[in-house]
Design a protein. Structure first.
Length: 378
């Protein structure tokens, strides 16, 4: 008598759970490694630029120039690492890596500012890090722009003229008032680590069973292939949900990631995302004959998926043809779901396009993987 479908599914599920739990390396990769990587990436990835090593070239040497140098360095964006006698010496400091910026204050700076004459301050920048160079240049331009405006107002008042109207910009930042990097990056890191773990482990798992011959032993039983695949994927779905819960807890308690949205949205998005990542892993395993090939195939999928997801670099900054490729990247949609739900409190009404895209991609990948699996065992 052939067992019922539920009994068959439960048997495969128990077998996969026992096999996974007994393999300490796999359990470490599935549970411990994502948590450690979240902590490492959460602390290491920081887009805030401050304490840029700066060399000061004060060619004026006046009390006025020294005052402006101290005030400019006081906010912490630039950090003085030394002084130089000339711009040529400052260039050498940039060349050997001792400094990333050099502030050159010209002769007669104090006298020119006091007399109302134009003065030119030079900033030498190391352009190997464009973001840091832009921030350093912006800090210097902003400071001396404010100095020039203040001096102009003082001269008008001294002449008995009314100062020009001043417009004050009062920013109000929503969702991330402190403009911290961690609340923005940690949800994306969770999406990134989940695709790495589930895709590669699933791909290598079936290949390992094929190499050991255990897959053929199971296939001769009355278990239908669809139930076999469902039973093999179910434990990794549970582990994926556990990983997401752990990463969200770590992000909230350690990095201050808010939990403004509804958890059912995160649950549905995670299930649809796992359907895609596990399906990709299954498809890779059916196209491979060894574990090494499965690992390489998973790596070749994971790396472009991460780079084209918008987790690290904004999608709008990519070329148009590359932006079109991101429409078939499940990592893009899941990162949007996690960030929008946790930080902005979005619900199903706002995120249904992303959830629908995950469902369509997951369904297509699972159908292709299942058909390929039937062809391999047929």
């Amino acid at each position: 008598m052939i067992p019922s479908a539920r009994v068959q599914l439960a048997a495969v599920f128990r077998k996969e759970v026992r096999q996974t739990v007994r393999d300490r390396r796999v359990m470490f990769m599935l549970i411990v490694a994502p948590l450690i990587q979240t902590l490492v990436f959460g602390f290491a990835v920081d887009f805030d630029v401050d304490r840029v090593p700066t060399v000061v070239v004060d060619r004026d040497g006046s009390a006025e120039s020294r005052l402006h140098a101290r005030r400019l360095l006081a906010d912490g964006t630039l950090r003085r690492v030394g002084t130089a006698a000339s711009a040529t010496a400052a260039d050498l400091a940039l060349d050997d890596g001792r400094a990333a910026a050099a502030l050159v204050l010209p002769r007669r700076l104090g006298a020119d500012l006091t007399a109302g004459r134009a003065a030119e301050v030079q900033v030498l920048l190391d352009g190997t890090d464009p973001n840091r160079a832009n921030v350093a240049a912006g800090a210097v331009s902003r400071y001396f722009g404010e100095v020039g405006e203040a001096l102009a107002r003082e001269r008008l008042v001294a002449r008995g003229l009314p100062p020009p109207a001043q417009i004050e910009v009062v920013p109000r930042v929503a969702f991330n008032p402190g403009l911290k990097t961690s609340p923005y990056m940690v949800p994306g890191i969770a999406a990134m680590l989940l695709v790495i773990v589930t895709t590669i482990v699933t791909a290598m798992g079936l290949s390992r069973e094929r190499e050991m011959g255990t897959l053929e032993q199971v296939l001769v039983t009355p278990i239908r292939p669809a139930l076999l695949l469902a039973g093999k994927m179910a434990p990794f779905i549970v582990i994926g949900l556990v990983d997401v819960a752990l990463l969200m807890a770590a992000g909230t308690w350690i990095f201050g990631v808010p939990l403004r949205g509804a958890l059912p949205v995160v649950l549905v998005g995670t299930l649809l995302y796992l359907m895609t990542t596990l399906g990709v892993g299954l498809l890779i395993s059916t196209l491979s004959t060894t574990q090494q090939q499965s690992f390489l195939g998973g790596f070749l999928f994971v790396l472009p998926a991460i780079l084209l997801s918008g987790v690290v670099t904004p999608i709008r900054g990519m070329p148009d043809w590359l932006q079109a490729v991101t429409w078939v990247n499940p990592l893009r949609y899941y990162a949007e779901v996690m960030r929008t739900t946790l930080m902005r409190g979005a619900g199903f009404a706002e995120l249904w396009p992303q959830l629908l895209a995950l469902a369509l991609l997951g369904g297509a990948v699972l159908v292709a993987a299942t058909r390929r699996f039937h062809e391999r065992i047929g």
